[in-house]
Design a protein around this ligand. Structure first.
Ligand code: FAD
Length: 408
């Protein structure tokens, strides 16, 4: 089979790229090849509303199922791309078929990083990346599992822990670093979320090293390096992802952490782009540091950038990064990237559960974490986007609207 554009990966970025191609008037043939058997769906609710049973799966589809055929976008689902020959522009699929392309968009996200300790393969050990992962976990909870250990204090682990408490589970959360969210936020935000989880009954332990998962066939506990065994009849592992780029790298694409792309999301291979969680790029909002950004915003905006480029409107990728996380009744909204910050300012009172942490670098505002502070987020993202160096006293005064800090 031949398509003018083949998109590998039917997740956020792959779906959006196909949608944006049609929105930009692309008339050629488009196929999405996806390893999961589901048509494109939203991933964030897997650790939030879907896991909490507040949304059914049919509400997660990125587009109604009829959309794809109406827009003449071929979906090949339940099949992976296993090999790429850039010279003949040919893909080999896991079912033995081949596909040829004019443009190839690699949009494969990542696979959950696995524990490397003994017992990692026991039954009852779960990741939360796909619908299948989540359904298996929910099935176990329906079957009576009530004692859950969550390994990893990043957003996914914390969100899962929050839902599990609502589902009346006993939750132990284990983080190897001295604080949760250490890679993405400052100590003030970490301390706030640690206190919230503890107040909701989570046994949250930081600075702990998991030595093994124990059990006969099925997990019954987590053994820590100090010899303590924490009981668990299920374990959630949320320790990050490994970019799913093996076929692309084997074909010669450059990259160490994912695949490296230029400012148009092009890889080192001709007519091959990479977008979303698997693409490492020089980020304008992190002083040009080459990094992967794992967010729906980045997936969608890189998809739009590539779709426009294929349609002839070549623009460099420089979309503003933003993120969100829901835990309990707390809505965190993040504007910008705090990487490399050298000072923070807190607006409002964390004990009132409504506050903002501002991150500064050499006096310039680079990011905001807004907890139940929608107004700060909406007004403040303009400040971050503009790279403003605000008056610190005004910034710290929650009574001063952030929009007043925009230079006139
Ligand atoms: P994905 O959406 O993961 O899609 C990649 C697809 O490619 C997958 O279906 C995969 O199976 C498929 N694939 C992989 N290899 C192959 C292959 N060789 N052949 C064919 N198909 C392949 N982001 C936010 O901004 N806010 C949030 O609140 C948030 N919450 C999250 C909660 C959870 C539980 C998870 C897992 C992620 C969350 N994220 C959140 C991150 C966000 O979902 C990702 O950044 C986004 O999905 C990235 O899109 P993507 O297209 O790069 O990858």
């Amino acid at each position: 089979m031949y398509y003018d554009v083949v998109i590998v990966g039917a997740g956020h970025s792959g779906a959006q790229c196909a949608i944006a191609l049609r929105q930009n008037g692309f008339m050629g043939s488009i196929a999405i090849i996806g390893r999961e058997s589901e048509p494109p769906y939203e991933r964030p609710p897997l650790s939030k509303e879907y896991f909490a049973r507040e949304k059914t799966f049919d509400r997660l589809y990125i587009r109604p199922l009829a959309f794809w055929s109406e827009k003449d976008i071929a979906l090949h689902l339940g099949v992976a791309v296993v090999e790429l020959d850039p010279a003949t522009k040919t893909l080999t699929l896991s079912n033995g078929e081949t596909a040829q392309y004019r443009h190839l968009v690699w949009a494969t996200g990542g696979d959950p990083r696995k524990l490397s300790c003994p017992g990692a393969g026991l039954a009852g050990v779960h990741a939360v990346r796909t619908r299948e992962d989540c359904d298996q976990l929910m099935g176990e909870i329906d079957g009576g599992v009530r004692d859950v250990a969550v390994i990893g204090g990043g957003y996914i682990g914390l969100e899962a822990a929050a839902v599990l408490t609502k589902l009346d589970c006993k939750v132990t959360l284990l983080e190897a670093l001295p604080r949760v969210l250490a890679r993405v936020a400052g100590p003030e935000l970490s301390a706030f979320y640690e206190a919230e989880h503890r107040a909701h009954g989570v046994d949250l332990r930081t600075g702990v090293v998991v030595e093994a998962l124990v059990g006969e066939g099925r997990v019954t506990g987590v053994k820590l390096a100090d010899g303590i065994i924490i009981s668990a009849d299920a374990v959630i592992v949320g320790i990050g992802i490994v970019p799913a780029v093996a076929p692309l790298v084997a074909a010669g694409a450059t990259g160490a952490n994912g695949v490296t792309v230029d400012d148009h999301c092009g890889t080192s291979l001709p007519d091959v782009y990479a977008i979303g969680d698997c693409a490492a790029f020089a980020c304008a909002y992190a002083d040009g540091a080459v990094m992967r950004v794992e967010s729906v915003q980045n997936a969608n905006d890189q998809a739009n950038c590539v779709a426009k480029g294929i349609c002839g409107d070549l623009q460099p990728y420089k979309a503003f990064p933003w993120f969100w996380s829901n835990q309990y009744d707390l809505k965190l909204q993040t504007a910008g990237l705090s990487l490399g910050y050298d000072a923070t300012v807190t607006r409002g009172d964390p004990s009132a559960r409504s506050f903002t942490i501002a991150y500064l670098k050499h006096g310039r505002l680079i990011a905001l974490d807004c907890v139940n502070m929608v107004r700060d987020y909406v007004q403040g993202r303009k400040l971050v986007e503009a790279g403003v160096s605000p008056d610190l006293a005004k910034l710290a005064d929650a009574g001063v609207p952030l929009k007043d800090l925009l230079p006139v």
